[in-house]
Design a protein around this ligand. Structure first.
Ligand code: NI
Length: 255
């Protein structure tokens, strides 16, 4: 059974068929989905989905796009939301210098504050990074003190940087872009890092993989990501499914 380690099923693009999609997951060999929040409202929504459905788990956090409105009270709120038994991580959090929707100083400050919350609560982090590789590296290097675990979701950096993150103990997750024809670097990383440090995801409703590119993405499309990784590494689809399933449970469920 596959796991989609990152999907935003709380997104309004699922308002018309969310229930059907979630109920159909087990028929499609998807064991479970982890739904990260991107702000307080979506974190609350992720928790309510997780309460409603056995196969959904939640993460709570504020995405770098939205940290401009954050304050200490938001950290308190996230901390209390994280008490829910189906919350398995703090995320998604990070740095996004491509859009720069929040000032970079605020992005760095609140990324660090949310990492420290995760360490305090002993939860892993789900990290988003776009065009901020140097600051990301510096912050994770500073904060990874043996008491921090997590995943760099939809990893798009170099193999060299990937090896640094692996040394710090992080997992790397691959999504639709690894299936795209022009994704030479992602393919190189997915081929060469240890299988026991890889996760797979869809980032639904975004980033649909080939051959669904351009459409609304759904958790069942995680199979195309798994198939690409199997092809790149010249191993079976089942081996990718079994190993990434195991890795996801180890990271988020301490199993
Ligand atoms: Ni995401």
């Amino acid at each position: 059974m596959l796991i989609d380690s990152h999907a935003h099923l709380d997104d309004e693009k699922f308002d018309n068929d969310r229930d059907k999609i979630i109920k159909d997951l087990n028929n499609q060999d998807i064991e479970l989905v982890i739904n990260p929040g991107s702000d307080v409202a979506s974190s609350v929504k992720a928790i309510s989905l997780a309460k409603e459905y056995d196969n959904i788990y939640a993460a709570v956090g504020v995405h770098p796009h939205d940290v401009k409105d954050m304050d200490d009270a938001t950290i308190q709120l996230l901390s209390s939301l994280a008490n829910n038994e189906k919350v398995v991580a703090i995320g998604e959090i990070g740095l996004d210098y491509h859009y720069d929707y929040s000032p970079r100083d605020a992005q760095k400050k609140w990324f660090i504050e949310q990492i420290r919350l995760a360490k305090k609560l002993q939860l892993p982090i789900i990290v988003h990074e776009r065009e901020a590789s140097q600051d990301m590296y510096n912050i994770l290097k500073q904060e990874a003190d043996g008491n921090l675990s997590g995943v760099l979701h939809c990893y798009s950096g170099s193999l060299e940087m990937a090896k640094e993150y692996l040394k710090m103990g992080f997992y790397l997750s691959f999504a639709g872009p690894v299936t795209f024809k022009n994704s030479r670097v992602s393919k190189e990383v997915a081929k060469n890092i240890p299988l026991d440090r890889m996760l797979i995801e869809t980032d639904s409703p975004y980033l649909a993989p080939e051959p669904k590119r351009g459409k609304r993405n759904e958790p069942l499309n995680v199979r195309y990501v798994a198939a690409m990784i199997a092809e790149l590494r010249q191993i079976s689809f089942d081996e990718v499914a079994i190993e990434t399933n195991k890795n996801t449970k180890k990271l988020f469920f301490n199993k």
